[in-house]
Design a binder for this molecule. Structure first.
Ligand code: ASP
Ligand code: MG
Length: 420
């Protein structure tokens, strides 16, 4: 059995859904768990619905949601003929669930509503795609993954209950394979023991695929993307980026850790634990080899570059210019946790603590404000953070030329600089 994951970009238009059908036709003799994300930018659009709803702008929320409804209905109309009416009915049931909620007054916290609303993106996309595949003869069983993935109630960042979920995999997924070779489910979402919907963190569909691969002892996982393979740098930032044919788990985790937008960081561990290879392939041209990630030791990797723009440096010192001690650092980390902030780099000196963060204006403002209650805080914006793994002197010089380096951190295989 194999696991396929199709991300939002691979199902963002009618043509791309048809393309997914072409890809699936090549595999009609295999048992495959197919995990699909929300279409295109639907998750972002749903986030706007949540914001409006929580801010008590009910009419805006309903109107924004209506756009999402129309988009899905029109996509379904384009791709379906015989299955249209039954699909429309299912879509409308999901719409109704959200609209019911939007008619209420928000009484619980933001993260809770976020998950109840945002989860519908994956439910809608898989409903349409499952109906489409069935219609073109690729028989598949659609399952509501919320009946299978049980999580805690840490909304927006829910943790999976592995034992319970494994049991549901046995009870629900395995028997489904007796009906059809393909089982389709949503990435990114789950549910609590009280049947409240949860999400696993943005871009979490990769992780869902890995969890099922682990529990089903899959032969491999394929993540279908719009790039030819994993590259040594983001080709949108570096036109000379080159493809990498082979990586190992460790290097991939490191790349994700430093912010390479390749695979959700939580994806690798469940695969590594069972030695399941991960293949990254291009859905636009499936004849391209892509990248194979497995357990090999890999030599001679090119310099791997991650450039994060729009970084903010937060520098703190104690009010009396004494040492920044454990106590202050601990309180800072408590603030990070409360605000869901993950520093991209930290450096601790005798009298200061510096961290580099993504620029989320409200979060940074809150953080600076709360930290200034017990520390002196200095915020510098508009910086970029460059990370080079397997750096060479030439590469480093090339990429830092004409920049002012504000901060630098270096190990034997990784160098990071904060630049202006
Ligand atoms: N749809 C979700 C997101 O955009 C999950 C995913 O795509 O993996 O974050
Ligand atoms: Mg996505």
């Amino acid at each position: 059995m194999k696991v396929f994951k199709f991300g939002g970009a691979s199902v963002s238009s009618v043509e791309r859904i048809l393309n997914l059908g072409h890809i699936m036709k090549h595999w009609d003799n295999e048992k495959i768990v197919v995990i699909v994300s929300a279409m295109g930018k639907t998750t972002n659009a749903l986030e706007k619905v949540v914001e409006a709803f929580v801010a008590d702008r009910k009419e805006d929320a309903l109107q924004l949601f209506n756009q999402i409804k129309q988009q899905h209905l029109s996509t379904a109309k384009y791709v379906l003929v015989t299955n249209y009416l039954s699909c429309e009915k299912k879509l409308k049931d999901f719409f109704t669930e959200v609209e019911w909620l939007l008619h209420d007054k928000p009484v619980r916290d933001y993260d809770y509503y976020y998950d109840q609303i945002v989860c519908v993106g994956e439910l809608l996309s898989t409903t349409i795609i499952s109906a489409y595949l069935n219609e073109i003869g690729i028989k598949n069983t659609w399952l509501d993954v919320r009946d299978i993935i049980r999580t805690d109630d840490d909304f927006r960042n829910a943790g999976i209950d592995w034992d319970f979920t494994k049991q549901r995999v046995e009870e629900i997924i395995k028997p489904s394979f007796e009906k059809t070779k393909i089982v389709m489910m949503q990435g990114f979402i789950g549910a609590t023991d009280e049947n409240e919907s949860t999400t696993l963190g943005r871009e979490g569909s990769d992780y869902t695929a890995a969890v099922f691969a682990n529990m089903l002892d899959a032969e491999n996982v394929t993540i279908w993307k719009d790039v030819e393979s994993i590259m040594n740098a983001d080709p949108k930032q570096f036109t000379d980026a080159i493809p990498i044919a082979e990586l190992n788990y460790k290097e991939t985790i490191e790349m994700a850790y430093y912010g390479a937008q390749i695979i959700h960081p939580k994806t690798i561990k469940p695969l590594q634990n069972k030695n399941i290879p991960l293949i990254v392939k291009c859905f636009i041209d499936p004849t391209l080899l892509g990248t194979l990630i497995h357990n090999n030791s890999i030599q001679n990797l090119p310099p791997i570059i991650v450039l994060k723009e729009k970084q903010v440096m937060l520098k703190v010192t104690t009010k009396d210019f004494s040492f920044v001690g454990d106590h202050e650092v601990r309180r800072l980390y408590q603030l990070f946790e409360a605000l869901h902030i993950k520093p991209n780099l930290t450096q601790i000196g005798a009298i200061n603590f510096t961290c580099v963060l993504d620029y989320w204006p409200e979060k940074i403002e809150k953080l600076a404000l709360q930290a200034s209650e017990f520390l002196n805080v200095e915020v510098t914006k508009e910086l970029s953070l460059l990370t080079i793994r397997h750096y060479t002197k030439e590469k480093f010089e090339e990429l830092t030329k004409e920049k002012t380096i504000i901060l630098r951190q270096q190990t034997t295989d990784t160098i990071q600089v904060l630049m202006k």
